[in-house]
Design a protein around this ligand. Structure first.
Ligand code: ATP
Ligand code: MG
Length: 745
């Protein structure tokens, strides 16, 4: 038997070696789906059933794509460079660059990320004098993207009411603006690529003949347009369709809010005539207690395709739960615990901190930073999204494509060149009446505005001349000086870090040319487009990846969404509170609550050996103190799997005021130490007699902010006591007695 297949169980083996036909592997978390998919690619190559060019592999993140290529490289002596393995966005970008003419795009088209897109929409509303209270830009963005992801151009959207008709009109204007400027947003990459394939028979035939094997990971999160794109590429319905191999888990579908459709799995099974669905049931990732908790949580969902997961790894440690008085305390405790893990031999990158909302990361970062623990945030403000980097990229974008109005407006007066808002308004009006880009309009602008902005035009033209023929990183280096960006940040008091980031951009360009841009080997296809455009596309699509190059051993911080497909020895799920996880916007609607539950299932199943759930009774979020109860998901986990670590509050809420629970002896130990942490009374235990500082249920009290209210319930006692109070129009709140400063009325 081939070495590749040695470490597979029977079902995995069957999946890897299926004949080339449509296949669906439906299996729970950690059962080896991604491993099966990667091994299948290697097996197809090794047995000569495929060559590297005939494979299309779709992953969910760039990180996953890179990992897949690395693993393939390790399994087989092949050059994986140039293989079409990537994200939907990355693959579509590549296709559009190769056929930009047929796709009606300029060769150097630029990609708008989410923030750029929002800026472009705001600008559009302003140009059209549209009231942005009636048409909030974010909502419009959502509307446009939602339609694109469903495959609908403005002309195809059905509108039954005036408001929708107006929104469709704005969608149309937005399409025109992007086309004129030569820019595409993320959803457009897909839609454009889909249209390219459906409208150009020779191009479609080319790819259909080429990609004989299409393999898709995380299939449950594909949206309608992605499904249609796959169907088209696979020559579905033709005599010789490609073999589509899809792996997924309906219980991990977490992008429903962005238009992903689990229904795609059912459609795939039916439309592609999947003969048999393979299920993998053995989980190789997590210890038993963790898996039991995950299974118990997800069992509460109604619409499931149904799977069982088991492990032979033993039950391992209980799941540790820590309830802190406040978010700072929660963060402090987590960081102490991480330091202990490190002392016990864990490496930082084996530890992940997960949160439901990005806003939670700030407090955690602060605590890690002040304790000197190296960490890395995925999906936060990434390198390529930083202000100074975006400014520098805007200059580069103008060099590549002067019609990019978003880039133009970003830097026309940055650093300041005395170009006023009025001059820019005149320019925008003129551009609109000529129907040309801002850049192209400048020479036609009369008077003072023409002179002022004309200077900017000459600056860009001069840059273009000076950098002609230079290697990419020298181009970058040159524009940093010529634009005045370096001088600007040098003069800024807090500019040091920004200057370093700008230098880092030069390194990024150099790195990009060395690594990603090797000239093609013989027989390998050349990458389409010029290096600058490729670099800019890389910056838009692979933002964040650059950070990882430092290769530093760091604690991993990310949202639960970003953790999909990954695994870590120790995982902290933080802020496990009602209102945060499940998110308050999703608590009152069954479908959204089920999506939150799947998200919790994803979070729990990231852990190999040790899982922590932490929560805080109060936290600052979006500038407000919020009081919260433990998440309802706690009630879905069998009590015996949990170990509550109780903070014993001695005085006040300061640092070190509570007892730190004793640690488990060894990081790698399979067994929990018998430290009998007291069950936290604040977490639902029934208390017979409560010390509520003289207050009682039914009593009328006054709160400085919420006014008068009636105590309707209480939990805990002493310093831990929490009261549920009905404040009438101010709502029903849970307050921590010791913090709330209540007065009996
Ligand atoms: P997710 O649903 O979270 O994406 P998955 O189903 O893709 O999970 P993998 O990431 O492929 O699961 O595998 C989980 C872990 O189990 C990996 O560390 C993998 O190497 C390991 N694993 C998978 N199959 C086996 C096996 N037959 N023997 C040993 N280890 C295995
Ligand atoms: Mg996976």
């Amino acid at each position: 038997m081939s070495k590749l297949l040695e470490n597979l169980n029977a079902e995995q083996f069957a999946a890897v070696t299926l004949p080339p036909q449509a296949a669906l592997i439906l299996a729970g978390a950690g059962s080896g789906k991604t491993r099966v998919l990667t091994t299948r690619i290697a097996w197809l190559l090794q047995t000569g059933q495929a060559n590297p060019a005939s494979i299309l592999g779709v992953t969910f993140t760039n990180k996953a794509a890179k990992e897949m290529l690395t693993r393939l490289g390790a399994m087989l002596p092949i050059n994986t460079r140039g293989m079409w393995i990537g994200t939907f966005h990355g693959l579509c970008n590549r296709m559009l660059r190769a056929h930009y003419r047929e796709a009606a795009l300029p060769q150097t088209f630029q990609i708008l990320d989410t923030a750029d897109q929002l800026a472009a929409i705001k600008r559009l509303l302003k140009t059209l004098n549209v009231d942005d209270e009636k048409f909030p830009p974010r909502e419009l963005q959502h509307f446009i993207n939602g339609n694109k992801e469903a495959g609908h151009r403005a002309a195809q959207v059905e509108a039954w009411d005036d408001y929708t008709r107006q929104r469709v009109g704005l969608y149309k204007e937005y399409e025109d603006q992007c086309q004129k400027e030569g820019v595409v947003d993320f959803a457009e990459l897909l839609l454009r690529s889909y249209e390219l394939l459906s409208r150009h028979e020779p191009i479609r035939r080319h790819y259909q003949l080429r990609f004989r094997h299409i393999l898709v990971d995380e299939f449950q999160d594909t949206n309608r347009l992605q499904y249609l794109w796959l169907k088209l590429l696979a020559a579905h319905g033709a005599e010789t369709p490609a073999a589509v191999f899809a792996v997924g888990d309906d219980d991990q579908s977490i992008y429903g809010f962005r238009g992903a459709e689990v229904g795609n799995m059912r459609d795939f099974e039916r439309e592609f005539g999947v003969a048999n669905v393979i299920r993998l049931e053995q989980n190789y990732r997590s210890h038993g207690n963790i898996l039991d908790a995950a299974n118990a949580i997800i069992a509460n969902n109604s619409k499931r395709l149904g799977k069982n997961l088991w492990t032979d790894q033993g039950s391992g440690e209980p799941i540790r739960v820590y309830e802190a008085p406040g978010d700072m305390d929660e963060a402090r405790w987590i960081v102490e615990e991480i330091q202990q893990l490190i002392r016990d031999g864990a490496s930082r990158s084996d530890v992940a901190l997960l949160y439901r909302s990005n806003a939670q990361s700030r407090v955690l970062e602060h605590q890690l930073f002040s304790s000197g623990v190296a960490y890395k945030v995925y999906g936060g403000l990434r390198f390529f999204e930083r202000q100074e980097i975006k400014h520098a990229l805007a200059y580069l974008r103008l060099l590549a494509n002067p019609d990019d109005d978003t880039a133009f407006l970003r830097v026309v007066n940055f650093p300041t060149r005395g170009i006023g808002a009025r001059s820019l308004e005149q320019l925008q009006d003129a551009a609109r009446s000529f129907n040309t880009s801002l850049y192209a309009t400048v020479p036609h602008l009369a008077g003072k505005p023409g002179v002022a902005i004309g200077g900017f035009l000459r600056l860009i033209e001069e840059m273009r001349r000076a950098t002609d023929g230079l290697p990419l990183y020298e181009v970058v280096d040159h524009i940093l000086d010529a634009s005045g960006l370096r001088a600007h940040y040098r003069a800024e008091r807090e500019g040091q870090e920004r200057l370093e980031n700008l230098d880092e951009l030069v390194s990024a360009a150099r790195y990009f040319m060395n690594e990603a841009e090797q000239p093609p080997a013989e027989g390998e296809e050349a990458l389409p487009g010029d290096p600058l455009s490729r670099f800019l596309a890389h910056a838009s699509l692979e933002a964040g990846d650059h950070q990882a190059e430092a290769g530093q051993d760091a604690v991993q911080l990310m949202t639960v969404h970003a953790a999909k497909g990954l695994e870590f020895d120790a995982v902290f799920i933080t802020g496990v509170e009602d209102g945060l996880f499940p998110h308050e916007q999703s608590m009152n609607d069954l479908a959204s609550l089920e999506e939150e539950r799947r998200l919790m299932y994803v979070a729990v199943t990231r852990a190999r050996k040790r899982l922590y759930l932490t929560l805080a009774q109060s936290r600052m979020l979006h500038g407000q103190t919020r009081y919260a109860m433990k998440s309802r998901f706690f009630d879905e986990i069998p009590e015996g799997l949990l170990k509550w670590l109780t903070p014993r509050v001695q005085a006040g809420f300061g640092a070190g005021a509570y007892h730190t629970p004793s640690r488990n002896a060894a990081w790698n130990s399979q067994h929990s130490s018998p430290d009998a942490a007291k069950r936290n009374p604040g977490a639902g235990a029934v208390q017979k007699s409560r010390d509520l500082a003289g207050l009682r249920i039914g009593q009328l009290v006054r709160h400085a902010k919420f006014g008068d209210g009636v105590i309707i319930a209480a939990e805990g006692s002493g310093q831990d006591a929490k009261l549920q109070i009905n404040f009438g129009s101010a709502g029903v709140k849970w307050l921590l007695l010791s913090l709330a400063k209540l007065e009996a009325v």
